[in-house]
Design a protein around this ligand. Structure first.
Ligand code: NAI
Length: 480
């Protein structure tokens, strides 16, 4: 029986391994992690991550050919294929601080694999890593190999949170990079055979190691760039009276461009886009390509600009002060259908409002109070470390109140900010919300989910990103 072990039971390791176990009943899959609480949650009825369809997959295989364990060394030593899906945070100190990937967790995983291995292994990079990481890992493994053959593959993951199971069942492509040696090619075939259980072979792309590593960074940079492009247009739409939804619809109809990832919003978030672009920027700089580095940096700058612009809009339209005013925040996760808050734009928007002394009442259907308080108190980049290594939960911020209902959040509020596109925000009883708010009552829609005409008819002053402005907003221009 082929045995697979995955180091790192996170948003990537958990769902990908669950799907491999489901699709390959004859393969035994163990997912291991140093976080005891995470593994306990994977073995419980309440999984550590919220992902539509994940519960079903896990229930079907757990205890059959899918196991979650903290016994990292045992499972690694027994495995034929070891996936490594650990955190790759942005460095906060030393060389490349604020840009380069911190490979501490990756390196420690590689050294442990070398230490405990007694048989040949294929080691698969699942984490997103800088180009040439595989080469470094290969060196660590081969210098400590005791005669064992290690083949390194790069198999970056392209799933999107919120649709992870669907993406894993039906991927646009699976990418496998390996050495162009007979051993490397054999390893590629072994991994291709695993995916070929359910992925058509023409969607399994095999490349050299460096192409696979770079393709992942490039794909995320291209996706984020589309969002920054439409967000840049949204600012121009507001200034000119154009409607960004109409512009992106017209632009997206061009088959060379396509309609996806063209929704204007308060900005992109999630654990990957910013981190991967910063990493790409750093690699460009290291390779003497400052023009290319600056090009990609701009994608992040526009994203930051969009968040600042949103906060400024709120403050300026409320007579230039939100001090002591209750503002309801609807949605905190970085997108709908996930409880993930890593790099969510809500953090920067809330911090901006708190900086102006607002009182925040926050509601998200999937994010609890502890998480929100941690996020608002945590330093930039601290989030991307294993939970038990993150700073202890700090004292909560008094200006922030977390509630479990949109109506409680909006009661007596001066303004409502929609920061995540949860479906339920489209169908709220906005008349009831209006009746219970202070007047004038504002809605700032950072995801363009509300029906502006309906809300205006109720009496709200509405700001929707990239849409023609209410007279009120025109009269109170925001300086970004
Ligand atoms: P995560 O933080 O959810 O999971 C990483 C896990 O690795 C944590 O549970 C941590 O405790 C564990 N870990 C760290 N060092 C370990 C060690 N030495 N031994 C055992 N366990 C260890 O991170 P996530 O989101 O799963 O991301 C993992 C990688 O995949 C990152 O490189 C990320 O950039 C990449 N990625 C993430 C995607 C996403 O949507 N979240 C999509 C595609 C790639």
């Amino acid at each position: 029986m082929v045995k697979i072990c995955c180091i790192g039971a996170g948003y990537v390791g958990g769902p990908t391994m669950a799907v491999i176990a489901l699709k390959c009943p004859e393969i035994e899959v163990a997912v291991v992690d140093i976080s005891v609480s995470r593994i306990a949650a994977w073995n419980s009825d309440t999984l550590p991550i919220y992902e539509p369809g994940l519960d079903d997959v896990v229930k079907k295989c757990r205890g059959m050919n899918l196991f979650f364990s903290t016994d990292v060394e045992k499972h690694v030593s027994e495995a034929d294929i070891v996936f490594v899906s650990v955190n790759t945070p942005t460095k906060t100190q030393g060389l490349g601080a604020g840009k380069a990937a911190d490979l501490t967790y990756w390196e420690s995983a590689a050294r442990m694999i070398a230490d405990v291995s007694k048989s040949n292994k294929i080691v698969v990079e699942k984490s997103t890593v800088p180009v040439k990481t595989a080469e470094a890992i290969e060196k660590i493994l081969n210098h400590n190999s005791k005669g064992i053959d290690f083949q390194i593959l790069s198999n970056p993951e392209f799933l999107a949170e919120g649709t992870a199971i669907q993406d894993l069942f039906n991927p646009d492509r699976v990418l496998i990079g390996g050495r162009e040696t007979p051993g490397g090619q054999k390893a590629i075939e072994a991994l291709r055979d695993v995916y070929a259980h359910w992925v058509p072979v023409d969607r399994i792309i095999c490349t050299n190691l460096w192409s696979a590593e770079l393709s992942k960074l490039a794909a995320n940079a291209f996706l984020a760039q589309r969002i920054s492009s439409v967000n840049a247009m949204s600012a121009l739409c507001e200034a000119t009276g154009a409607d960004v939804s109409q512009v992106s619809h017209a632009v997206g109809k061009d088959t060379r461009i396509g309609p996806k990832f063209l929704n204007a919003s308060v900005g992109f978030g999630g654990s990957c886009f910013q981190k991967d672009i910063l990493n790409l920027v750093y690699i460009c700089e290291c390779n003497g390509l400052p023009e290319v580095a600056n090009y990609w940096k701009q994608v992040i700058k526009i994203n930051d600009y969009q968040k600042t612009r949103f906060v400024n809009r709120i403050v300026s339209s409320m007579f230039n002060t939100v001090s002591g005013k209750k503002i309801a925040i609807l949605g905190f996760a970085f997108k709908k259908d996930t409880g993930d808050t890593r790099e969510t734009p809500a953090i920067d928007v809330c911090k901006g409002l708190l900086g102006d002394k607002a009182l925040l009442s926050i509601y998200d259907p999937q994010v609890n109070e502890e998480q929100i308080q941690r996020d608002l108190a945590m330093k930039k980049f601290d989030w991307d470390h294993p939970v038990h290594l993150q700073p202890m939960s700090p004292t909560s911020i008094k200006q922030v109140n977390v509630v479990w209902d949109a109506y409680a959040a909006t009661k007596d509020a001066h303004g409502v900010c929609v920061l995540t596109e949860w479906d339920e925000f489209k169908t709220l009883d906005y008349q009831r919300i209006f009746d219970n708010m202070r007047k004038p009552a504002f809605v700032f829609d950072g995801r363009n989910v509300v029906d502006e005409a309906k809300l205006r008819a109720i009496g709200f002053i509405v700001y929707s990103i990239g849409k023609p402005l209410d007279q009120w907003l025109k009269d109170m221009p925001a300086v970004a």
